[in-house]
Design a protein around this ligand. Sequence first.
Ligand code: SF4
Ligand code: SF4
Length: 65
Amino acid sequence: MPEIIRELCNGCGLCVAVCSCKGLVLIDNVATVVETVECDYCTQCEAVCPTGAIRCPYEIVVGES
Ligand code: SF4
Ligand code: SF4
């Protein structure tokens, strides 16, 4: 699951809106990962976050075809 750096989160909710698996919620205006939801590692939350508060701690490997 993504890591949220709570100090950087401004509560904008963009990551919550973009997550296709509903794996993120706002609690006390801070994005929080719902541990029971299966994250498909789309990295949309990381991409959309304006403050860099989300890190997806894995590498995207683009295969050559
Ligand atoms: S990586 Fe994708 S599926 Fe996983 S929490 Fe972020 S937006 Fe949701
Ligand atoms: S997109 Fe970033 S700043 Fe906005 S709620 Fe999510 S983690 Fe916080």
